[in-house]
Design a protein. Structure first.
Lengths: 169, 429
């Protein structure tokens, strides 16, 4: 049984139940609960979605309607690192298309895909609010701005050195 | 020297002040004045007289918005004060600066606003990608609770208020105030019809006010210094200062707090350092992706609500995106309409089906497979989707603002793309 099919860990279930109890209505915890699952397990599998729905008193279909509306909730597996590369207008003016193509070449994937070793998922994202440092992208929780070819190469090299045992620092 | 109340305490090198440092530097004066010496209606009155208007884009009068909330005390009726921190308008990066630089200023603004409308529950609806802001807001809220600025009976006033941060799961539409409420309720973020207005029936039907972060940050300063002080900060009819921003091919892209009504030319040339060598200004979106293009010849416009509207656009967020003479305007429009098509919530047909149609037409013109009648189809969309009221919310009209103005301003570029079967700039490169 993969982790995607295993029941949610008991402590996570308890956290989600507490989130639901703290809200005025249990379903207000829908996004925080899904994000908590994702923070622990990387993404939200069908089984885990059903578990969360049960804890919130929702049908799985109802909760999946919510989960698939919001782009930061991942309903498919992602890599150990997720790159969110801005594709909005200020970054576009500053040359993000060419840099995205370069990053795709380096990673051997297209936007929306994950590298074969499961290390990196590359996703487009709307304006990251760093237009004064365009082009910009998030690598996990770290913002990289004023990107140029050298910067893209540096980040790609660091990610290429990543292994499950030793993530880059 | 110009007063800069919103950014006075922001020092990127030092990080945000804690509660004690915030107080030493002049913070908490607004909350003290409001909770100790003023009635809730007196707070609404001073904010109304200050002429403060919403800084998120719509420009609605803040005091007027608050005045619609039912008057019961917070202790006897559940009400919500919500900070809209879902900053996702392309080209906009001001609320992030305020939250990262001085989160307690937002918290104080929410305490005062919550007191004015007698809401006991504060929520910050924060976009999910703002990790630094989340960490700093979380720390500031804990600090404010520990020092008695949040919780029951603040300053012995009998008014209790606390703040909860909701981190969004994404999507631009969440910035629309009724979609934001739907998202907070744990549902798909579709806008709601009005009436009822959120001030009367908002989150779970309770009276709710949704204010932009920059709007709320102004509130403590107005209460501490008075309506006349605030009005005098502006150069024209609108009071206060504004966080203006410039992005695009300028020497120093950035954001600056300047008097409301500062001429756009001054912001571009003095603050952003002018265009980079080899680039000339062609046109610009004055206040984010959903504002109409202004031509380079209109840069003397004063950046205030009325003047920008008279020039044919909107002040929006006051954060301008500059198009230079070496960037394809059709490519820029295609990028913008891709964004709007992707971010349509899908609730109503004209928006859900019309915006992707616009995107595909622009893609065809850009790659050289466009036909002359495509321009008529684009104009049809601008005409049909542009006015408010044809769709459920302002998303599609916002999407049509750059398109309608772009069709006028860049007519020759459109025709050149169609006749030369592709982008002349790319062909020349």
């Amino acid at each position: 049984m993969s982790t995607a099919d295993a029941p949610l860990p008991p402590d996570l279930r308890a956290d989600i139940a507490a989130m639901a109890a703290a809200e005025h209505h249990a379903r207000m915890a829908a996004i925080p609960a899904l994000m908590a699952v994702q923070a622990r397990l990387g993404w939200v599998s069908d089984a885990h979605l059903a578990d969360v729905a049960g804890l919130l008193g929702l049908s799985p279909a109802d909760l999946d309607g919510v989960a698939t509306f919001f782009n930061l909730v991942f309903r498919r597996p992602v890599g150990r690192h997720v790159i969110l590369m801005c594709d909005s207008v200020s970054c576009w003016i500053m040359g993000r298309d060419a840099l995205c193509a370069r990053l795709c070449d380096r990673l051997g994937i297209r936007p929306g895909q994950t590298t074969a070793d499961g290390a990196v998922t590359l996703l487009p994202i709307v304006c990251l609010g760093h237009c004064d440092h365009a082009p910009a992208m998030l690598v996990d929780r770290t913002l990289h701005g004023d990107l140029d070819e050298a910067g893209i190469d540096r980040i790609a090299n660091a990610l290429a050195a990543d292994t499950p045992e030793g993530p880059p620092t | 020297m110009t007063e800069r109340p919103l950014t006075a305490m922001i020092d990127p090198a030092a990080g945000p002040p804690d509660c004690a440092a915030y107080g030493r530097a002049g913070g908490w004066r607004g909350a003290r004045a409001a909770l100790r010496d003023m009635t809730p209606d007196a707070v609404i009155d001073v904010v109304t007289r200050s002429t403060l208007r919403g800084r998120g884009g719509a420009g609605f009068g803040t005091g007027q918005k608050w005045s619609f909330v039912p008057k019961e005390p917070a202790a006897t009726r559940r009400k919500y004060l919500i900070a809209n921190a879902d900053e996702m308008e392309p080209g906009t990066f001001k609320d992030r600066l305020l939250m990262e630089g001085n989160p307690l200023q937002l918290i104080e603004g929410m305490i005062v606003a919550g007191y004015a409308i007698q809401a006991g529950h504060g929520v910050i609806f924060l976009r999910g990608e703002y990790h630094v802001a989340l960490d700093r807001l979380t720390r500031a809220i804990a600090d404010a609770r520990a020092t008695g600025w949040l919780g029951a009976d603040i300053l012995g006033s009998g008014f209790g208020f606390d703040i909860h941060v909701h981190t969004s799961g994404g999507r631009y539409i969440c910035g629309e105030e009724t979609a934001l409420l739907t998202a907070l309720e744990g549902k798909r973020a579709q806008p709601r019809s009005k009436p009822p207005f959120p001030q009367v029936g908002g989150l779970w039907g309770a009276p709710s006010v949704v204010n932009n972060v920059e709007t709320l940050c102004n509130v403590p300063h107005i209460v501490a210094n008075g309506a006349e002080w605030f009005r005098a900060l502006g150069l024209g009819p609108d009071g206060g200062t504004k966080l203006y921003g410039i992005s695009g091919r300028v020497r120093r892209p950035g954001t600056w707090e300047l008097p409301m009504g500062t001429p756009l030319r001054e912001i571009i040339e003095q603050h952003a350092g002018g265009m980079r060598d080899g680039y000339a200004l062609r046109a610009l979106l004055p206040g984010g992706a959903s504002t109409a293009f202004l031509d380079a010849g209109q840069v003397d416009v004063a950046m205030e609500y009325g003047a920008v509207e008279k020039a044919g656009s909107r002040l929006g967020t006051g954060q301008a995106i500059l198009l230079d003479d070496r960037t394809c305007p059709i490519g820029m429009l295609h990028n913008l309409e891709h964004f709007f098509a992707q971010e349509s919530c899908g609730w109503c047909t004209p928006c859900r089906d019309g915006l992707p149609w616009v995107e595909r037409l622009l893609a065809a013109i850009e790659d050289g497979s466009g036909a002359p009648e495509d321009l008529d189809r684009l104009a049809d969309h601008a005409r049909l989707l542009g006015p408010m009221g044809r769709t459920f919310c302002a998303h599609a009209p916002g999407a049509m603002a750059p398109l309608a103005s772009g069709l006028r301003l860049f007519r020759a570029d459109f025709e050149a793309h169609i006749h030369q079967r592709g982008c002349p700039l790319r062909q020349a490169a």
